[in-house]
Design a binder for this molecule. Structure first.
Ligand code: HEC
Length: 352
Protein backbone atom coordinates (compact mmCIF):
# COMPACT_ATOMS: atom_id res chain seq x y z
CA UNK A 1 0.00 0.00 0.00
CA UNK A 2 2.85 2.36 0.83
CA UNK A 3 4.14 1.80 -2.71
CA UNK A 4 0.85 2.90 -4.20
CA UNK A 5 0.83 6.22 -2.42
CA UNK A 6 4.35 7.00 -3.71
CA UNK A 7 3.34 6.81 -7.37
CA UNK A 8 2.69 9.97 -9.29
CA UNK A 9 -0.92 10.87 -9.73
CA UNK A 10 -2.62 9.15 -12.73
CA UNK A 11 0.19 6.68 -13.52
CA UNK A 12 -0.95 3.32 -14.81
CA UNK A 13 0.62 0.38 -13.07
CA UNK A 14 0.61 -1.84 -16.17
CA UNK A 15 2.65 0.49 -18.38
CA UNK A 16 6.42 0.17 -18.48
CA UNK A 17 8.35 3.00 -16.98
CA UNK A 18 8.96 5.92 -19.32
CA UNK A 19 12.33 5.78 -21.03
CA UNK A 20 13.78 9.17 -21.59
CA UNK A 21 16.45 7.92 -24.06
CA UNK A 22 13.65 7.07 -26.52
CA UNK A 23 12.73 10.66 -26.74
CA UNK A 24 14.08 11.09 -30.34
CA UNK A 25 12.15 8.09 -31.74
CA UNK A 26 8.63 8.74 -32.90
CA UNK A 27 6.23 7.64 -30.24
CA UNK A 28 4.93 4.12 -30.62
CA UNK A 29 2.98 2.16 -28.18
CA UNK A 30 5.88 1.22 -26.02
CA UNK A 31 4.60 -2.15 -24.90
CA UNK A 32 5.10 -3.71 -28.39
CA UNK A 33 8.85 -3.38 -28.25
CA UNK A 34 10.98 -5.88 -26.60
CA UNK A 35 13.86 -5.91 -29.09
CA UNK A 36 17.08 -4.07 -28.28
CA UNK A 37 17.15 -0.43 -29.11
CA UNK A 38 19.60 -0.75 -32.05
CA UNK A 39 17.07 -2.89 -33.90
CA UNK A 40 14.34 -0.38 -33.46
CA UNK A 41 16.61 2.48 -34.33
CA UNK A 42 17.12 1.16 -37.91
CA UNK A 43 14.23 3.25 -38.98
CA UNK A 44 11.10 1.22 -38.50
CA UNK A 45 9.49 -1.38 -40.74
CA UNK A 46 8.46 -0.83 -44.29
CA UNK A 47 5.03 -2.26 -44.98
CA UNK A 48 6.54 -4.95 -47.30
CA UNK A 49 8.95 -5.99 -44.60
CA UNK A 50 6.14 -6.12 -42.09
CA UNK A 51 4.04 -8.18 -44.48
CA UNK A 52 6.97 -10.50 -45.06
CA UNK A 53 7.45 -11.01 -41.37
CA UNK A 54 3.80 -11.87 -41.01
CA UNK A 55 4.01 -14.31 -43.93
CA UNK A 56 7.15 -15.90 -42.61
CA UNK A 57 5.81 -16.42 -39.17
CA UNK A 58 2.70 -17.92 -40.76
CA UNK A 59 4.92 -20.31 -42.74
CA UNK A 60 6.87 -21.17 -39.65
CA UNK A 61 3.68 -22.10 -37.88
CA UNK A 62 2.73 -24.35 -40.77
CA UNK A 63 6.09 -26.03 -40.67
CA UNK A 64 5.73 -26.55 -36.94
CA UNK A 65 2.23 -27.89 -37.41
CA UNK A 66 3.27 -30.29 -40.19
CA UNK A 67 6.20 -31.41 -38.09
CA UNK A 68 3.84 -32.18 -35.27
CA UNK A 69 1.51 -34.07 -37.59
CA UNK A 70 4.41 -36.13 -38.90
CA UNK A 71 5.54 -36.99 -35.37
CA UNK A 72 2.00 -37.85 -34.35
CA UNK A 73 1.51 -40.06 -37.41
CA UNK A 74 4.83 -41.76 -36.77
CA UNK A 75 3.87 -42.50 -33.20
CA UNK A 76 0.54 -43.99 -34.29
CA UNK A 77 2.03 -46.07 -37.11
CA UNK A 78 4.87 -47.26 -34.89
CA UNK A 79 2.43 -48.20 -32.18
CA UNK A 80 0.61 -50.56 -34.52
CA UNK A 81 3.86 -51.80 -35.99
CA UNK A 82 5.03 -52.78 -32.52
CA UNK A 83 1.78 -54.10 -31.14
CA UNK A 84 -0.05 -55.27 -34.25
CA UNK A 85 -3.02 -53.88 -36.10
CA UNK A 86 -6.36 -54.96 -34.70
CA UNK A 87 -8.87 -56.72 -37.02
CA UNK A 88 -6.41 -57.49 -39.82
CA UNK A 89 -4.22 -60.23 -38.55
CA UNK A 90 -0.67 -59.01 -38.47
CA UNK A 91 1.99 -60.34 -36.19
CA UNK A 92 3.15 -57.60 -33.89
CA UNK A 93 6.85 -57.01 -34.20
CA UNK A 94 7.44 -57.70 -30.51
CA UNK A 95 5.60 -61.02 -30.79
CA UNK A 96 7.57 -61.92 -33.91
CA UNK A 97 10.76 -61.08 -32.08
CA UNK A 98 9.72 -63.18 -29.08
CA UNK A 99 8.84 -66.12 -31.37
CA UNK A 100 12.19 -65.89 -33.06
CA UNK A 101 13.90 -65.79 -29.70
CA UNK A 102 11.93 -68.86 -28.62
CA UNK A 103 12.96 -70.78 -31.74
CA UNK A 104 16.61 -69.86 -31.21
CA UNK A 105 16.36 -70.95 -27.60
CA UNK A 106 14.79 -74.31 -28.50
CA UNK A 107 17.43 -74.94 -31.17
CA UNK A 108 20.22 -74.24 -28.74
CA UNK A 109 18.49 -76.34 -26.10
CA UNK A 110 18.40 -79.26 -28.51
CA UNK A 111 22.17 -79.24 -28.86
CA UNK A 112 22.64 -78.91 -25.11
CA UNK A 113 20.28 -81.81 -24.49
CA UNK A 114 21.90 -84.12 -27.03
CA UNK A 115 25.34 -83.31 -25.66
CA UNK A 116 24.59 -83.53 -21.94
CA UNK A 117 21.34 -85.27 -21.20
CA UNK A 118 20.60 -87.75 -23.99
CA UNK A 119 22.97 -90.39 -22.65
CA UNK A 120 20.77 -90.80 -19.58
CA UNK A 121 17.35 -89.55 -20.71
CA UNK A 122 17.47 -90.87 -24.28
CA UNK A 123 17.94 -88.87 -27.48
CA UNK A 124 14.20 -88.18 -27.56
CA UNK A 125 13.69 -88.02 -23.83
CA UNK A 126 12.32 -91.56 -23.88
CA UNK A 127 14.20 -92.39 -20.70
CA UNK A 128 17.07 -94.71 -19.84
CA UNK A 129 19.10 -94.34 -16.73
CA UNK A 130 17.12 -91.21 -16.02
CA UNK A 131 13.34 -91.01 -16.12
CA UNK A 132 11.35 -90.48 -19.29
CA UNK A 133 10.91 -86.78 -20.09
CA UNK A 134 8.87 -86.76 -23.31
CA UNK A 135 5.75 -88.16 -21.70
CA UNK A 136 2.68 -85.93 -22.34
CA UNK A 137 1.22 -86.43 -18.88
CA UNK A 138 4.49 -85.43 -17.35
CA UNK A 139 4.97 -82.46 -19.65
CA UNK A 140 1.44 -81.32 -18.90
CA UNK A 141 1.63 -81.12 -15.14
CA UNK A 142 4.96 -82.27 -13.79
CA UNK A 143 7.74 -80.85 -15.92
CA UNK A 144 6.89 -77.20 -15.50
CA UNK A 145 9.45 -74.52 -16.20
CA UNK A 146 10.00 -73.90 -12.51
CA UNK A 147 10.35 -77.59 -11.71
CA UNK A 148 12.90 -78.27 -14.44
CA UNK A 149 14.84 -75.18 -13.40
CA UNK A 150 14.95 -76.42 -9.81
CA UNK A 151 16.04 -79.90 -10.86
CA UNK A 152 18.84 -78.47 -12.98
CA UNK A 153 19.93 -76.12 -10.21
CA UNK A 154 19.81 -78.59 -7.35
CA UNK A 155 20.49 -81.81 -9.26
CA UNK A 156 18.69 -85.16 -9.05
CA UNK A 157 18.46 -84.81 -5.27
CA UNK A 158 15.59 -82.42 -5.91
CA UNK A 159 13.53 -85.11 -7.60
CA UNK A 160 13.18 -87.78 -4.92
CA UNK A 161 15.30 -86.32 -2.17
CA UNK A 162 17.89 -88.97 -2.86
CA UNK A 163 21.34 -87.52 -2.14
CA UNK A 164 22.91 -90.39 -4.10
CA UNK A 165 20.97 -89.51 -7.26
CA UNK A 166 23.15 -89.83 -10.34
CA UNK A 167 21.56 -86.82 -11.99
CA UNK A 168 24.20 -84.12 -11.63
CA UNK A 169 23.81 -80.45 -10.78
CA UNK A 170 23.79 -78.51 -14.06
CA UNK A 171 23.52 -74.87 -13.09
CA UNK A 172 26.76 -72.98 -12.56
CA UNK A 173 25.14 -71.17 -9.65
CA UNK A 174 25.59 -74.46 -7.85
CA UNK A 175 28.86 -75.70 -9.29
CA UNK A 176 27.44 -77.19 -12.50
CA UNK A 177 28.71 -76.56 -16.03
CA UNK A 178 25.78 -74.63 -17.58
CA UNK A 179 24.96 -70.94 -17.28
CA UNK A 180 21.47 -69.56 -16.78
CA UNK A 181 20.88 -68.93 -20.48
CA UNK A 182 21.72 -72.54 -21.25
CA UNK A 183 19.37 -73.67 -18.48
CA UNK A 184 16.59 -71.56 -20.04
CA UNK A 185 17.41 -73.01 -23.47
CA UNK A 186 17.09 -76.54 -22.09
CA UNK A 187 13.76 -75.71 -20.50
CA UNK A 188 12.55 -74.20 -23.79
CA UNK A 189 13.63 -77.34 -25.63
CA UNK A 190 12.04 -79.82 -23.21
CA UNK A 191 8.76 -77.89 -23.35
CA UNK A 192 8.86 -77.13 -27.10
CA UNK A 193 5.73 -77.42 -29.22
CA UNK A 194 5.43 -80.80 -30.98
CA UNK A 195 3.74 -79.27 -34.03
CA UNK A 196 6.70 -77.03 -34.81
CA UNK A 197 9.73 -77.99 -36.82
CA UNK A 198 13.03 -76.70 -35.58
CA UNK A 199 16.32 -76.66 -37.42
CA UNK A 200 19.29 -78.61 -36.15
CA UNK A 201 22.21 -76.24 -36.04
CA UNK A 202 25.89 -76.67 -35.53
CA UNK A 203 26.63 -75.86 -31.92
CA UNK A 204 29.70 -73.85 -32.83
CA UNK A 205 28.78 -72.05 -36.06
CA UNK A 206 25.00 -71.92 -35.61
CA UNK A 207 24.68 -72.95 -39.28
CA UNK A 208 21.87 -75.34 -40.19
CA UNK A 209 23.10 -78.92 -40.41
CA UNK A 210 22.61 -80.45 -43.85
CA UNK A 211 21.75 -84.14 -43.86
CA UNK A 212 23.09 -86.74 -46.29
CA UNK A 213 20.05 -86.13 -48.54
CA UNK A 214 21.05 -82.48 -48.97
CA UNK A 215 18.15 -81.22 -46.86
CA UNK A 216 18.40 -79.21 -43.68
CA UNK A 217 17.97 -81.52 -40.69
CA UNK A 218 15.09 -80.68 -38.41
CA UNK A 219 13.58 -81.91 -35.19
CA UNK A 220 10.24 -81.49 -33.47
CA UNK A 221 9.36 -80.50 -29.95
CA UNK A 222 7.92 -83.04 -27.54
CA UNK A 223 4.96 -81.30 -26.02
CA UNK A 224 1.52 -81.53 -27.53
CA UNK A 225 0.03 -78.17 -26.55
CA UNK A 226 -3.52 -79.46 -27.01
CA UNK A 227 -2.95 -82.44 -24.73
CA UNK A 228 -5.49 -82.91 -21.95
CA UNK A 229 -4.81 -85.65 -19.47
CA UNK A 230 -7.36 -88.41 -19.16
CA UNK A 231 -9.44 -87.44 -16.10
CA UNK A 232 -9.20 -90.98 -14.78
CA UNK A 233 -5.42 -91.11 -15.18
CA UNK A 234 -3.46 -91.15 -11.96
CA UNK A 235 -1.49 -87.94 -11.52
CA UNK A 236 2.21 -87.97 -12.21
CA UNK A 237 3.97 -88.79 -8.94
CA UNK A 238 6.38 -86.15 -7.67
CA UNK A 239 9.07 -88.75 -7.43
CA UNK A 240 9.49 -90.98 -10.44
CA UNK A 241 11.35 -93.78 -8.63
CA UNK A 242 9.68 -97.07 -9.30
CA UNK A 243 7.52 -95.41 -12.00
CA UNK A 244 10.03 -95.03 -14.81
CA UNK A 245 7.25 -94.96 -17.42
CA UNK A 246 7.92 -94.60 -21.11
CA UNK A 247 7.70 -97.26 -23.76
CA UNK A 248 10.32 -99.97 -23.42
CA UNK A 249 12.44 -100.69 -26.48
CA UNK A 250 11.22 -103.71 -28.49
CA UNK A 251 12.88 -106.74 -27.00
CA UNK A 252 14.86 -109.33 -28.86
CA UNK A 253 13.23 -112.71 -28.67
CA UNK A 254 15.15 -115.33 -26.81
CA UNK A 255 15.47 -118.64 -28.61
CA UNK A 256 13.65 -121.32 -26.65
CA UNK A 257 15.87 -123.28 -24.33
CA UNK A 258 18.33 -120.44 -23.75
CA UNK A 259 19.00 -119.86 -20.11
CA UNK A 260 19.31 -116.36 -18.73
CA UNK A 261 22.48 -115.69 -16.75
CA UNK A 262 21.57 -114.73 -13.23
CA UNK A 263 23.22 -111.59 -11.93
CA UNK A 264 22.68 -110.16 -8.48
CA UNK A 265 23.22 -106.52 -7.61
CA UNK A 266 23.72 -105.91 -3.94
CA UNK A 267 25.44 -103.16 -2.01
CA UNK A 268 26.24 -101.32 -5.27
CA UNK A 269 28.13 -104.35 -6.61
CA UNK A 270 27.45 -107.19 -9.06
CA UNK A 271 28.06 -110.70 -7.78
CA UNK A 272 29.62 -111.73 -11.12
CA UNK A 273 32.70 -110.26 -12.76
CA UNK A 274 32.61 -112.52 -15.80
CA UNK A 275 29.74 -113.68 -17.97
CA UNK A 276 30.18 -115.88 -21.02
CA UNK A 277 27.52 -116.30 -23.70
CA UNK A 278 27.31 -117.88 -27.16
CA UNK A 279 28.09 -115.77 -30.21
CA UNK A 280 25.45 -114.75 -32.76
CA UNK A 281 22.56 -115.73 -30.56
CA UNK A 282 20.32 -113.51 -28.49
CA UNK A 283 21.04 -113.97 -24.82
CA UNK A 284 19.56 -112.84 -21.55
CA UNK A 285 20.66 -111.67 -18.15
CA UNK A 286 18.32 -111.96 -15.23
CA UNK A 287 19.07 -109.10 -12.89
CA UNK A 288 18.04 -109.30 -9.28
CA UNK A 289 18.34 -105.95 -7.59
CA UNK A 290 18.71 -106.71 -3.89
CA UNK A 291 19.42 -103.12 -2.91
CA UNK A 292 16.80 -101.11 -1.11
CA UNK A 293 13.93 -99.50 -3.01
CA UNK A 294 15.02 -96.18 -4.48
CA UNK A 295 18.31 -97.62 -5.74
CA UNK A 296 17.86 -98.50 -9.41
CA UNK A 297 20.28 -100.71 -11.33
CA UNK A 298 20.49 -102.07 -14.84
CA UNK A 299 22.93 -103.95 -17.06
CA UNK A 300 24.21 -102.23 -20.15
CA UNK A 301 26.48 -103.96 -22.66
CA UNK A 302 29.30 -101.88 -24.09
CA UNK A 303 31.65 -102.59 -26.93
CA UNK A 304 35.38 -102.12 -26.42
CA UNK A 305 35.16 -98.61 -27.90
CA UNK A 306 32.74 -97.70 -25.15
CA UNK A 307 29.60 -97.47 -27.30
CA UNK A 308 26.53 -99.09 -25.94
CA UNK A 309 24.54 -101.78 -27.75
CA UNK A 310 21.41 -101.23 -25.72
CA UNK A 311 19.72 -98.93 -23.28
CA UNK A 312 17.98 -101.18 -20.75
CA UNK A 313 15.51 -99.73 -18.27
CA UNK A 314 16.81 -99.66 -14.72
CA UNK A 315 14.81 -101.59 -12.14
CA UNK A 316 14.16 -100.49 -8.64
CA UNK A 317 15.70 -102.09 -5.56
CA UNK A 318 13.89 -105.26 -4.48
CA UNK A 319 12.80 -106.26 -7.98
CA UNK A 320 14.02 -108.68 -10.63
CA UNK A 321 13.90 -108.48 -14.40
CA UNK A 322 15.24 -110.36 -17.40
CA UNK A 323 17.02 -108.29 -20.01
CA UNK A 324 17.14 -109.86 -23.45
CA UNK A 325 19.93 -108.67 -25.72
CA UNK A 326 20.42 -108.92 -29.47
CA UNK A 327 22.81 -111.49 -30.87
CA UNK A 328 26.41 -110.31 -30.70
CA UNK A 329 29.44 -111.29 -32.77
CA UNK A 330 32.23 -113.04 -30.88
CA UNK A 331 34.39 -110.72 -28.84
CA UNK A 332 34.88 -109.18 -25.47
CA UNK A 333 32.41 -106.68 -24.09
CA UNK A 334 31.78 -104.89 -20.84
CA UNK A 335 28.64 -105.15 -18.81
CA UNK A 336 28.01 -102.26 -16.52
CA UNK A 337 25.30 -100.62 -14.44
CA UNK A 338 24.51 -97.34 -16.21
CA UNK A 339 23.19 -95.82 -13.04
CA UNK A 340 26.34 -96.62 -11.07
CA UNK A 341 29.18 -96.96 -13.56
CA UNK A 342 31.71 -97.92 -10.89
CA UNK A 343 34.25 -100.78 -10.90
CA UNK A 344 32.15 -102.87 -8.50
CA UNK A 345 29.28 -102.75 -10.99
CA UNK A 346 31.38 -103.49 -14.07
CA UNK A 347 32.26 -106.90 -15.49
CA UNK A 348 33.50 -108.61 -18.62
CA UNK A 349 31.16 -110.28 -21.06
CA UNK A 350 32.83 -112.82 -23.28
CA UNK A 351 30.98 -113.79 -26.42
CA UNK A 352 32.35 -116.89 -28.19
C1 HEC B 1 24.10 -89.44 -15.44
C2 HEC B 1 22.77 -89.53 -15.96
C3 HEC B 1 21.97 -88.25 -16.16
C4 HEC B 1 22.29 -87.16 -16.92
C5 HEC B 1 23.53 -86.92 -17.72
C6 HEC B 1 21.15 -86.26 -16.84
N1 HEC B 1 20.18 -86.79 -16.04
FE1 HEC B 1 18.42 -85.92 -15.58
N2 HEC B 1 18.01 -87.44 -14.32
C7 HEC B 1 18.80 -88.56 -14.12
C8 HEC B 1 18.22 -89.37 -13.07
C9 HEC B 1 18.75 -90.70 -12.58
C10 HEC B 1 17.07 -88.68 -12.63
C11 HEC B 1 16.15 -89.08 -11.51
C12 HEC B 1 16.70 -88.48 -10.27
C13 HEC B 1 16.25 -89.13 -9.00
O1 HEC B 1 15.17 -89.69 -8.97
O2 HEC B 1 17.01 -89.07 -8.04
C14 HEC B 1 16.97 -87.50 -13.45
C15 HEC B 1 15.93 -86.57 -13.34
C16 HEC B 1 15.74 -85.52 -14.21
C17 HEC B 1 14.58 -84.68 -14.24
C18 HEC B 1 13.34 -84.83 -13.38
C19 HEC B 1 12.43 -85.83 -14.04
C20 HEC B 1 11.18 -86.13 -13.27
O3 HEC B 1 10.43 -86.95 -13.76
O4 HEC B 1 10.94 -85.52 -12.25
C21 HEC B 1 14.78 -83.75 -15.22
C22 HEC B 1 13.82 -82.65 -15.66
C23 HEC B 1 16.08 -84.01 -15.79
N3 HEC B 1 16.63 -85.08 -15.16
C24 HEC B 1 16.62 -83.27 -16.81
C25 HEC B 1 17.91 -83.46 -17.26
C26 HEC B 1 18.57 -82.59 -18.18
C27 HEC B 1 17.91 -81.37 -18.84
C28 HEC B 1 19.82 -83.06 -18.36
C29 HEC B 1 20.93 -82.48 -19.22
C30 HEC B 1 21.38 -81.17 -18.89
C31 HEC B 1 19.95 -84.26 -17.55
N4 HEC B 1 18.77 -84.46 -16.89
C32 HEC B 1 21.08 -85.05 -17.50
C33 HEC B 1 19.95 -88.87 -14.78
C34 HEC B 1 20.64 -88.00 -15.60
Amino acid sequence: MADETNRPEGSDRSLPARRDADAGVPARSADRFTAPRQTRAVGGLTSERAAKIVRQSGDARWVAFLGLVIVALFVIVYYFYELGVPIINTTPRMQAEADLQQVTSVERGYNLFEANCAKCHGANGEGGVGPVLNDQNKLFSHLTEGYIRNVLEVGGRYVCGNPKSVMPVWSNTNGGPLNYVQIEDLIAFIRADSTKEYVKRSATLNEPIIGPDGKVETFKGWRDLTFKPDPSASPVPDCWSGNPGGTPAPEATLPPGTEATKLVAQGFAFDLKEITVAADKPFAIELENQDSPGTPHNVEIRKTDGTSIDNPKPIDGGTTTTYVYEALPAGTYTFICQVHPIPAMTGTLTVK
